[in-house]
Structures are given as structure tokens and as C-alpha cells.
Design a protein around this ligand. Structure first.
Ligand code: AMP
Ligand code: ZN
Ligand code: ZN
Length: 436
């Protein structure tokens, strides 16, 4: 039964500085009378520890909780904070989870998409290849679990992207790989088990956990389907159970809960399809037909010419195309030259554009849905809920912020220094927090 056991990693990276003690806050929690007992330590003094428990629900689009019955998430918004947020480009699972962890754009942390080829090592990174996901050489920056442990606190990570690898030679106290066989309830029980330990000293300061839904059901049936409604409402039921059980934690009053996501989702249309192959037949040696489509010409000297041909068909094909070096600044993409092919083509949101020898190859089926599109388009946006002593109460944020700021949010709550460098913007998240 090895697969149900968390892998405990004995950290080689010791603490380097101790965090500032945080003042004792007064919490707000959803759907519950204040419960969970006090946070007194053995010698009777009040604990000054802070805790963050952050769940990522894959592809929880910004409007799912408006469309469906989600009393638990609604009550978290009532007693805590809510913000619509946006992903980094490309709006796919791996780049974004690792941005949330490191506070860096994908160009800076190196996980430039779910799949890519590294020209310096001749190795392919792919989400389904455990050898690749465990190879620390792919990961740059410092994931928050290492930032936390380096500063003397403890982190448990259950299934978050990046946890397979010992980045900079370190792993957190608990590092469990993603396991699709675990139900949401089983995952919740792991977190409950960690946070409800009797011995307060054994309770981690940071827990990061992950649900692979509603992404999977949305891909197959669309965000507006009955199937997605069912899955979203089941998630909310699991969260109700989770929040009820968490009241048994001896540090309940000091826990800050975050429920968030990596990107949104859009339904495709079989008619919104364009194949660029016939424009540049057989002139591409390597390509990825994801969002974005990236192309490496057979003859690199033809890069400019191929780009210009594609550029001339942008409006007909419903895409934007750039030379890797000329990507728009707001996408923060294209500087990782050894991991991104020279031509980058991004379909308009809701369109499917491919380089495929077969004239109809890769055409989407009815209701198929996807992400990876421009993060500034609303369909790619997702949710951020926070509640607990650090967060304001009943507050809806005044701006849409990028999810890489999670690194800063967690650092701020735990009273530690964020990793340096990072791409986070304090002004974008400052308003979420209670003013002391
Ligand atoms: P995608 O929708 O292609 O961006 O990726 C979503 C899928 O990534 C999920 O359905 C999971 O199967 C997979 N996934 C998510 N996290 C991990 C992980 N840490 N390791 C391996 N696969 C993962
Ligand atoms: Zn995802
Ligand atoms: Zn997906």
C-alpha cells in the first residue's frame, strides 16, 4: 500500500534565519462557531505561530462558484476574502503551479510548459514522465516549501507540481507525489491528519495540496455541463467536511486557509479550427501542438521567412504569431531560448490552431474544452478565496492579480522572507490583509 503513504523526506537544508513572531490575531472562519480550542503551548503561553493551508483546484474558473451551488466557498468569501485572479502565460497546469510556488514567471522558473525540450541537456520535460518531473535540473527558483523550511518552519506538500524533485537539493518535511488514485476525501484526510495532531510542535506551518478536478471533467464536457456542475458541487461538499474536521485542530484559530486554482477553461468549437501546415509544408522539424503552438524550422535560416508567412495569415487563422524574441512584454515569455522554439503561435481564446500533416488533424470534438490561452482573457481567470486571522473579513478584492503572488502571500502570512529574486507585486495583494 505504498501509494497511500506520504513520502517523508529528511531535509538536508537547515534553517538559516528565524522568522519574526507574528502578533496574535482574531480569526474568522466559515460556517462555524469559533471552535478548535486554544493555541496554548505546554507552558501555558499563547502560540505565536502562523499557519497556511492552500488548496489548488485545477481549472476552477472564476465563474464556477457563481454558476453552481457552492455553499462552503460562498461562506468562505463571506467571512474572508475573494478575488478573481489570472494565470501566468502559458495558462497550463505545470507552469502555473510552479509559478504559484516560486513567485516567478515560467520564463524565469524554467517550467515553460507542460512539455518542452531542453536543448542544453537534450532532455524532454513532460508531466507524465516521473523521471523528468523528478529531475531537479529542470526547476529554477525556490519553491515556497523550501523557502519555508530554510527559515526554520515546516511544510507538507501533497501532490503539488514540482514536489517530485529535490530543488536545490532540498525537499520539505513531507513531500508526497501526485497520485491520481487518491480521492479528494482521502487527500482531505491527509491534511486533516497533519493539522489536527495533538502535539502542536508536530503541526506544519504550511500545507499545500492539490485536486485534479474540475479540470478533467471540464476538458471532456465543458465548464457549463451538468457533469461539471456535479463535480464542482462534490468538491464543495468535500470542503465542507474538511472545514468541519479542521475545527479539531489545536491551532485552528491560527490557520489561514486558501482555496485557489491554476487557470480557467474555455469550450472549443469544432468549426473554430485552423491548420497552418499547408502554409509551410514540411518546413518544420520540431513542434508542440499545445497552447501555445511552438515551431522549430528544419532550416533555422528560414525562421524569419516562415514567421512572415504565418504572420500574413493571422486574422484568417485566428491566432497571433511572434518570433520568440519579440513576444509582448505582458506575457513575460520567450527569453528561455533553450526551452522555447523560435516561433510561438497563440490561438485566439476558444480556437484550435495546429501544425498537422493531416488536413483535419487535431480538430476539437464537440464540447471539448481547453486552456493555455492568453491570461488576460477572462475565460482563463480563476478564483482565490482566503480566510483566517491574516485576511480581511467579507472583502472582495479590487483587482485581478496574478497567481504567482501566492508565494508572497504565504511568505507574508508566515512572517518569512520571500525567495529572492521573485516576480511578485506586493501592491497587488496588500489589500487582502487585515491591517494590524
Ligand atoms: P493539463 O490540463 O494538461 O494542464 O494538466 C492537468 C493534469 O496534470 C491533471 O489532470 C493531472 O493528471 C496532471 N497533474 C497535475 N499535477 C501533477 C503532478 N504533480 N504530477 C504529475 N501529473 C500531474
Ligand atoms: Zn491545470
Ligand atoms: Zn487541463
Amino acid at each position: 500500500m505504498l501509494w497511500v503513504l506520504g513520502v517523508v523526506w529528511f531535509v538536508a537544508c537547515g534553517p538559516q534565519l528565524s522568522p519574526e513572531p507574528k502578533p496574535e490575531p482574531k480569526p474568522d472562519k466559515p460556517n462555524t462557531e469559533q471552535g478548535g480550542g486554544s493555541t496554548d503551548t505546554e507552558d501555558g503561553e499563547e502560540s505565536s505561530e502562523s499557519y497556511v493551508v492552500i488548496l489548488s483546484m485545477d481549472a476552477f474558473r472564476y465563474d464556477l462558484a457563481e454558476m453552481y451551488d457552492t455553499p462552503t466557498l460562498d461562506s468562505i468569501a463571506r467571512v474572508g476574502v475573494y478575488s478573481e485572479i489570472m494565470p501566468c502565460f502559458p495558462s497550463n497546469t505545470f507552469p502555473n503551479h510552479y509559478s504559484m510556488a516560486t513567485g516567478l514567471y515560467p520564463d524565469h522558473h524554467g517550467i515553460v510548459n507542460n512539455t518542452f525540450f531542453d536543448e542544453t541537456t537534450y532532455k524532454t520535460y513532460s508531466i507524465s514522465d516521473k523521471e523528468a518531473t523528478s529531475n531537479a535540473n529542470f526547476y529554477k527558483g525556490e519553491p515556497i516549501w523550501n523557502t519555508v523550511e530554510r527559515q526554520g518552519l515546516t511544510a507538507h506538500v501533497y501532490g503539488w507540481v514540482g514536489i517530485d524533485a529535490a530543488v536545490n537539493g532540498c525537499k520539505p518535511t513531507v513531500a508526497m507525489s501526485y497520485d491520481y488514485r487518491l480521492s479528494q476525501r482521502q487527500l482531505a484526510d491527509k491534511v486533516i491528519g497533519a493539522m489536527c495532531r495533538e502535539d502542536v510542535e508536530e503541526i506544519p506551518n504550511l500545507v499545500m495540496w492539490y485536486f485534479d478536478e474540475p479540470d478533467a471533467v471540464e476538458h471532456d464536457y465543458s465548464p457549463t455541463s451538468e457533469q461539471t456542475r456535479r463535480v464542482v458541487e462534490e468538491i464543495d461538499d468535500v470542503l465542507a467536511y474538511f472545514m468541519r474536521q479542521m475545527r479539531n485542530s489545536p491551532v485552528y484559530d491560527d490557520i489561514n486557509f486558501i482555496f485557489t486554482s491554476d487557470h480557467g477553461m474555455v469550450e472549443l468549437d469544432p468549426d473554430k479550427y485552423f491548420n497552418v501546415y499547408s502554409l509551410i509544408p514540411d518546413r518544420i522539424q520540431y513542434y508542440y501542438n499545445s497552447n501555445p503552438v511552438t515551431l522549430k524550422p528544419r532550416n533555422l535560416a528560414e525562421t524569419q521567412e516562415i514567421y512572415e508567412i504565418l504572420k500574413a495569415h493571422e486574422s484568417e487563422g485566428h491566432y497571433r504569431v511572434w518570433l520568440r524574441e519579440d513576444m509582448p512584454e505582458e506575457l513575460h515569455y520567450g527569453t528561455y531560448k533553450t526551452r522555447i522554439y523560435p516561433i510561438v503561435l497563440l490561438a485566439d481564446t476558444g480556437w484550435k490552431v495546429v501544425y498537422n500533416k493531416n488536413a483535419n488533424g487535431g480538430r476539437p470534438t464537440e464540447h471539448y474544452s481547453n486552456h493555455g490561452y492568453n491570461p488576460y482573457d477572462r475565460e482563463m481567470h480563476m478564483v482565490f478565496y482566503g480566510c483566517g486571522p491574516a485576511f480581511k473579513s467579507g472583502y472582495t478584492h479590487d483587482r485581478v492579480f496574478q497567481n504567482l503572488n501566492d508565494h508572497l502571500i504565504i511568505s507574508h502570512i508566515l512572517g518569512i522572507e520571500p525567495a529572492n529574486p521573485n516576480d511578485c507585486t506586493w501592491e497587488d495583494v496588500e489589500g487582502l490583509f487585515r491591517v494590524e
